[in-house]
Design a protein. Structure first.
Length: 142
């Protein structure tokens, strides 16, 4: 991928994360947990789609399914214990993108543009959720 393309996909990731935040902003905490939790699972499920489309091995399908289960667990933890668990899930997802799909063997089926875009998308959502989690926590203590 060319340098300009990388920058463009990073910008698209920022914009996409911003749109998700705009959609969820101002809603009740449980509603936000559902929005951001489902979105995190979709981000992981997309890699299963790429694995199927590009004919990845069954081992890779298992690895990607484990990813969906891991990120889904952050969603379930957030439903029970609060938004900060989703913030952590979104913060960790770029490691999945980079280690498995940009630098790792998963790059043979996952398009580079998607993994690059996910980095900024995931991080902008994680930062928002960490900040929002602190605001919810502070509001509860007043």
């Amino acid at each position: 991928m060319e340098h300009f393309d990388t920058i463009l996909w990073l910008i698209f990731g920022l914009a996409g994360g911003g749109l998700l935040i705009k959609f969820a902003k101002g809603r009740a905490e449980q509603e936000q947990i559902n929005i951001f939790g489902i979105a995190l699972m979709i981000a992981a499920l997309i890699y299963i789609g790429f694995a199927v489309i590009y004919g990845a091995s069954s081992t890779w399908l298992i690895i990607e399914t484990v990813g969906v289960l891991v990120y889904g667990s952050f969603y379930l933890l957030a439903k029970r214990f609060g938004l900060h668990f989703l913030a952590l899930g979104w913060l960790l997802h770029p490691l999945w993108d980079v280690c498995l799909h940009l630098l790792g063997a998963g790059g043979h089926f996952a398009p580079e543009w998607y993994a690059v875009m996910c980095i900024t998308f995931d991080l902008v959502v994680a930062v928002y959720l960490f900040r929002k989690s602190a605001l919810f926590k502070g509001a509860g203590q007043s």
